[in-house]
Design a protein around this ligand. Sequence first.
Ligand SMILES: Nc1ncnc2c1ncn2[C@@H]1O[C@H](COP(=O)(O)OP(=O)(O)O)[C@@H](O)[C@H]1O
Ligand SMILES: [Mg+2]
Length: 361
Amino acid sequence: MAVNLRIYLIPLPFLILTYYLLFSGRKATRRNDTYKGRQNANESSNGNPECPSNFHVVDRTCVRCPRGHFSFQGWISCLQWLDCTSIARDVRSRRRIGTPGHLNAVKKVYLADWHGYDVVYSKCANRWYYEDCLHGMQMVEGLQSEFVVQLIGICYNDNLEIVTGYYKHGSADTLNELLDRPELSEFNTLETRFQLSIDYVRILQFLHNSPLGVRVMCDSNDLEKTLSQYLITDEFHLVVNDLDALPEVKPDKGELIKCGHRELYGDFVAPEQVWPHGESRPFNLEEMPSYDEMIDIWRIPNVVDKLLGRVHNSNYVRRLLLGIHESCKQDDPEERPSATEVLEVLLNVQKIIRAGIKSDL
Ligand SMILES: Nc1ncnc2c1ncn2[C@@H]1O[C@H](COP(=O)(O)OP(=O)(O)O)[C@@H](O)[C@H]1O
Ligand SMILES: [Mg+2]
């Protein structure tokens, strides 16, 4: 009886939506991107594969949703991104995540509910950051791919709002706490942690060769901040989430960039980002030389070191990475390897790790 009553209480449009998403096989797709993702698609009872989020079923195979659409795991059709009206009507904020502080100044981020699905609703926290926020939203929209947080809805009204998938494992700045949980101890391994390092470099490779040009991850002035911009998927992969500071380098026009307006200090930022005149002259943004995407390469060793953590054989892998990490730390940005070159080395090291694990068995 209680169950029947609950069914009567569900609004009719939502029942129709659920039916449409679960049972209507939509054939039309603009991109024929069959699923070669990071996990195998399981078959469901009706013979259709169970596709991951942002994929749908076409002719019994998982195909990426067309641009401007999204899906959740197990759906057989995709839906259009939510617009301002449907965000206002159907997305309910539950609690604030990403507490304010030096880490979260740009947006207010909430865990929210959309028709029973966990999503994240973010809106611009204040006028000061309006431009950064707008830029970030355009980047998340324009760079949608397996490397970027899943977009579910976007609204460019006065109130800039964006709805994204909820990643229950949170951001990479809290990876150690996450993997310390007893129920996740099986993932606290060299394999998982090295995979996250590979994902990090792969994301840089994507940003440096993106459909929106050569993009540099500027909002990364310290290690914790950098890691807080990346989310951990349920399968322990990384996606980039916060693209509020992603300026474009235009190599053919010789256009370089500067990250922010303030003076930067310390070893975590690349040497070319530090004011070159020391104390002898006060900092002046105009006189500060500009730079390119090689500032992202400088940070790779620190990020990889943190992601690897202290697990069995992590020091052995650190020794294998000594050479490539040394090249990333070349003072001259032109002598540093590209993200593609770093990735190639990391993939070879991953082979060694995998072979080692097999021979241990
Ligand atoms: N989709 C999400 N799923 C889970 N956690 C999220 C999500 N989006 C943001 N967060 C959490 O909120 C923090 C701040 O989000 P972010 O987009 O980086 O905002 P800000 O621009 O204010 O830094 C992230 O570091 C992460 O911990
Ligand atoms: Mg952030």
